[in-house]
Design a protein around this ligand. Sequence first.
Ligand SMILES: [Zn+2]
Length: 408
Amino acid sequence: MFGGGIPFGHFGGMPGGGGAPAEDVDTTKLYETLEVDKSASKKDIRKAYMKLSRTHHPDKGGDEHKFKEISAAYEILSDDNKRAQYDKYGLEGVSGDDVGAAGGEDLFSMFFGGGGRSRRAGPRKGPSVNHPLKVSLEDLYNGKTVKLAVNRKIIEGTPSECTACKGQGAVMEVRQLGPGMITQMQRTCDQCKGQGMQCSFKSERKVLEVHVEKGMMHNDRISFRNMADEVPKCETGDVHFIIQEKDHELFKRKGADLLIVKEISLNQALCGFSWKMTHLDNRTLVIKSKPGEIIKPEMNTKEALPYVKVLPDEGMPSKGNPFVKGNLYVMFRVQFPETLSPEVVEQLKKLLPEPDVPEEYDPMEVEEVHLNEADLRLFGKGGAHQSSSEAHDSDDEGGAQPVQCQQS
Ligand SMILES: [Zn+2]
């Protein structure tokens, strides 16, 4: 978010052509719903959402409506664009259709109750459709235009008012329940399925040019306004293609950053390495260690994190700003030799710094021991254990049994 002083309207693309919002536009309700300040950071908003959604989740006995409100508020405020629109234009600036959490519910009635406020002008909108679109990491790096054919229903001729319900979309049904008891029930008209209009449809095949922008992320949407099936008396819904990033065999992606895992030998870790790598745009990079550079088995931190190095600006391009790239992280896995011959050991001992200094002792006085293979997950499970059932058994069975440690 920008610091407040920047007039968004000047950048265009906002509803109402950047004009001032109506004075009574509410731009605080969503913040109140998430119990955060209007200046809250993305992180704060996420934290608040996580906390509230846990408390109000319907599976945990929470109120479903409240949960939907929280989800819709989070969906808007966690998205920079939607948040900017909301801050300026209130809910008017955010299309209900863009908020999946609303589940097709009108955003106004969701937050302000039915009839509390006039809805947006214009006809109702027909259902929108989402199509998943699998995209390779290469295509997300380089950008791509794909032509996709969609089949849609379009209205043929002019729709006419439904004769069965006289355009009401619903019919009253009188039912006799018993002697002297009748009930009137309203049900959706079968003839027009509640549309109030009757019309014939034809199928249309439409080829859409889908521009996958450089740097797009998993679940990003590419939308085509009014390209869904036509519905009489309604604005036609939209077609959305939802980016589904395919796994890449070399690169893992998080945001704009990329990560590769590189196995190197102990020799390479100590004496240097160079390896050729083909990047997502087909450039060949030769990654070389600097003289004297040593790759360690793990970072010198308390948590023993994997050893990583970074190549700045070799990550993914940023969406909307493709010249700003993320970074490429290389996580090293040093492959130690399984064993070494005595000759090699002799050589290494002379060459590597800080060789072992033999301890002096009398072998008759001390115990000489060797180490076995181990599994840290078994740490703490040594010693004699009594299982709880055995603990209640009679004493003469001798409940204590040695635990067998697995050695692998
Ligand atoms: Zn009808």
